[in-house]
Design a protein around this ligand. Structure first.
Ligand code: F6R
Length: 368
């Protein structure tokens, strides 16, 4: 059943290339992005002038990434909100607001209630879900199913990557409807996403040094994660995986926030995992991150830097370097997440914990 792996989670990490491919499959037809259960008209999509993404946990982190892509491609504002906060805040919603609810299970109580609140306020609701016929897609106006296959490990892995891809498809569908991207550009972005399956498969074959590092750091009390731009949600996801699986205090920060408080946490030997911005795609952020690394090293941090191939700047400063292939910036999270999943799973297994069933957690949270 576990296909030769010790844990479902490891199997599900290994299945990510297929999860991504199946999620994208069939969604580009004659140069147009198609959604699954489309009860919204083209005019409805054209009228969207504001997007809210609501979700919990890992799905929320996928939502944060959606903001970068949708704002960039569609030029409309996107807010990302924890589902548990959304409806208690009296958010401003109307018929031209699209609420995107992301939920692997499709049954998460807070996300479902956020959907209901949005519908009461006449907003349009689109669900991104991995479970056919679950409650959230049933109550939504349109659905995009992530075809990641069943996820048995409590910690979400392949569904996270599939959620990112699905949320990007929503961005392309909106760009197409609102005319901010030509058909050939939409097709190019789609192809670039499809190509990531092979890239992720390659990355998966190079993870032994990450496992070794994880065994070496398994006794850490705290691990910090920093990122910038799309690397920031990845840092949050890396920290979430580590705390939920390995029960280690882990926090993710936007690297620019270090000076505003978190840098006080740095002490001798503290491991800090850095998600390095692309040197070519985000040169300014890259050099700011090199400075951040120097600043924390000067205070004793042990830096583990995830950087693209040929990133000499990162290689020169990193205490430990994890090399990933070069990708377009918005797609980088699909690869930088992989070493963080493996890191968390290996630390947890080294500490003797059941990676598939972390303590105190349930796969589907159906109470608020
Ligand atoms: C973390 C994890 C959870 C879920 C969250 C939302 O690894 O799995 O944070 O992402 O409970 O669940 P869904 O996506 O089913 O709404």
């Amino acid at each position: 059943e576990k296909g030769g792996f010790d844990f479902f989670m490891e199997k599900e990490i290994a299945e990510q290339p297929e999860a991504l491919a199946s999620t994208l499959s069939g969604h580009l037809e004659n140069g147009r992005i198609v959604l699954d259960e489309q009860r919204l008209t083209d005019q409805d999509l054209r009228d969207v002038d504001k997007v809210f993404v609501v979700a919990c946990g890992t799905a929320y982190n996928a939502g944060l990434l959606a903001k970068y892509a949708i704002e960039h491609w569609v030029r409309i504002p996107v807010e990302v909100e924890l589902a548990s906060e959304f409806r208690y805040r009296d958010p401003v919603l109307d018929r031209s607001t699209l609420v995107v609810a992301i939920s692997q299970s499709g049954e998460t109580a807070d996300t479902l209630e956020a959907v209901r609140h949005a519908k009461e306020q006449n907003a349009r609701v689109l669900a991104i879900c991995n479970t056919n016929g679950a409650q959230i897609p049933r109550e939504s106006d349109a659905v995009l199913y992530t075809h990641a296959g069943p996820e048995i490990g409590v910690a979400s892995t392949k569904c996270f990557l599939a959620q990112i891809a699905a949320a990007y498809l929503v961005g392309l569908a909106l760009a197409q409807a609102r005319g901010t991207k030509y058909a050939d550009e939409v097709a190019r972005e789609f192809d670039a996403m499809e190509q990531m399956s092979a890239v992720i498969a390659d990355v998966l074959t190079t993870m032994d040094p990450v496992r070794e590092l994880a065994r070496d750091l398994a006794k850490a009390d705290t691990v910090l994660f920093i990122g910038r731009h799309v690397g920031y949600p990845v840092a949050l996801e890396g920290a979430l995986k580590l705390k939920e699986l390995a029960y280690i205090h882990a926090e993710g920060f936007a690297a620019g926030e270090l000076k505003h408080g978190p840098i006080a946490l740095i002490e001798d030997g503290l491991p800090v995992i850095v998600v390095m911005p692309s040197r070519e795609g985000r040169a300014v952020l890259h050099s700011k991150m090199v400075s951040n690394i120097r600043e924390i090293q000067a205070r004793g941090a042990r830096t583990i830097v995830i950087a693209e191939a040929d990133d000499e700047g990162a290689a020169a400063v990193a205490d430990h370097l994890i090399v990933i292939p070069k990708t377009p910036t918005l797609l980088q999270p699909l690869v930088t997440t992989v070493p963080l999943q493996i890191f968390a799973a290996t630390v947890a297994a080294t500490r003797g914990y059941d990676v598939d069933k972390p303590r105190n957690l349930a796969k589907s949270v159906t109470v608020e």
